[in-house]
Design a protein around this ligand. Structure first.
Ligand SMILES: N[C@@H](CCC(=O)N[C@@H](CS)C(=O)NCC(=O)O)C(=O)O
Length: 417
């Protein structure tokens, strides 16, 4: 233990560079990202994003909308509604519902007991499609075409998005155990036929969206197509993005990518991959997708990730100690050295996010090649592997920041041994 103490004390001077303090990291990070979240001490999730339009409200005024959504930000139906609220810049408050243990007041309130639900100026609306339409009725700017004929088609397509079987067929293909190759081939063919239909629908109006403007039809499909595009390559070896059969779907993804509201609510590909494995127990047929190197290098995302990690480090430490298994390395039940080494590696990660953009890690082995403490390195490896997979977008940070966070964790991990 005394050796560990020495190693961590030495860290900022024995490496080839001086490691920034938490305070310095936070200051630089906050200068480089506008992203801020509210803290929710003792609650889950431990932070929440601030709606982009909240500043429109004068202080002490209740937002007109209260959104009930899941604690983990996994629910695609909640994402639709959240996306609409951000697109329309409606100030809203959020109440998180733990789906594994729904509170009685919620199941008493909402007849289906499902999320999402909203209160619009106190009036309850549930079912994502009905919520989208209710928001349209009450708030501009409109996400439905003005032209009456096109408006009617939009409403029909919104209905179709619920009833045309696309979702069921797509998720069945994604979820099917691989043993029966014939069944899998049938499901793939059925899925492709549905994608062909979407591809044709996307061609009916000029521009990249379903209708001549961005509409609630787009935000009905986007959470599902995103999850499929992220997971099919990993769990089925099937690619939607870059597939020449679906040029319009690809142009549609590109167009969505230009919308700031989309980036506030979307998940990143690795969150999607990890989630599917955890929730459905499906087996990847290859490696999970690597973090996107272009996004990982962007300073705004690196800074957001560093800001989140630094500001929320006490919660992160508690989670790591409790759930990563790292405490098994405690010597004679004394966890202080473990805790210290966890802190150290989180600080290495935060420092790397801020100071190490694109350059090789300067530190080498923690404590120097000849001075490394095996306990410190082992704790570091567990810490970095754990936080890499534990981060969940958009629950903890934006998708871009989560991508930068994971890429940096991979880099720091690779420098340990
Ligand atoms: N048709 C509903 C579906 C909502 C839904 O399935 N929500 C899921 C989360 S993704 C849920 O609340 N699950 C909790 C449960 O089944 O008890 C809608 O569009 O709002």
């Amino acid at each position: 233990m005394s050796n560990t103490k020495k190693v961590s004390d030495d860290l900022s001077v024995t490496g080839q560079v001086t490691l920034s303090s938490w305070e310095e990291i936070l200051e630089i990070a906050q200068k480089n990202t506008p992203a801020r979240r509210v803290r929710r001490p003792g609650q889950s999730p431990s932070t929440a994003p601030i709606p982009s339009s909240l500043h429109k409200l004068s202080p002490d005024t209740e937002p007109p909308v209260l959104l009930y959504r899941d604690t983990n930000s996994w629910c695609p139906f909640c994402e639709r509604v959240w996306f609409a609220l951000e697109e329309k810049e409606i100030p809203f408050a959020t109440e998180f519902i733990d789906l594994s243990n729904k509170p009685k007041w919620y199941t008493d309130l909402v007849p289906t007991t499902l999320v999402p639900a909203v209160k619009i100026e106190g009036k309850l609306v549930y079912e994502s499609k009905d919520i989208l339409l209710a928001l349209e009725e009450r708030f501009g700017p409109t996400l439905l075409p003005e032209d009456p004929e096109e408006n009617a088609i939009a409403r029909q397509w919104l209905e179709d998005a619920e009833t045309n079987g696309f979702r069921n067929i797509a998720y069945k293909f994604l979820r099917q155990p691989p043993e029966d190759a014939n069944e899998l081939a049938n499901l793939q063919a059925a899925f492709e036929a549905k994608l062909d239909e979407l591809e044709q629908t996307l061609g009916k109006y000029p521009g990249p969206y379903f209708l001549s403007t961005f509409s609630i039809v787009d935000l009905s499909y986007s959470p599902h197509l995103d999850r499929l595009a992220a997971n099919l390559p990993v769990y089925r070896g099937y690619h939607l993005k870059g597939n020449p059969r679906y040029l319009r779907i690809n142009a549609w993804f590109e167009a969505l990518n230009q919308r700031p509201a989309y980036h506030r609510v979307k998940s990143d590909e690795i969150t999607n991959n990890l989630l599917l494995r955890r929730r459905w127990g499906v087996t990847p047929i290859g490696n999970l997708l690597p973090p996107d190197p272009v996004i990982s290098d962007e300073i705004q995302f690196r800074a957001e990730a560093a800001e989140r990690l630094t500001d929320n480090r006490e919660v992160a430490i508690g989670d790591i100690l409790k759930n990563s298994g790292v405490q098994a390395l405690a010597v004679n039940g004394d966890t202080s050295a473990v805790k210290e080494a966890v802190y150290l590696h989180l600080r290495l990660l935060a420092d790397y996010l801020i100071n190490g953009n694109g350059t090789p890690l300067p530190w080498g082995r923690v404590g120097g090649k000849d001075n490394a403490d095996p306990l410190v390195a082992a704790v570091g490896a567990i810490t970095l592997a754990y936080v890499r997979n534990r981060i969940c977008a958009p629950r903890d940070m934006s998708a871009g920041a989560a991508t930068a966070f994971r890429a940096a964790a991979d880099q720091v991990l690779a420098s340990l041994y």
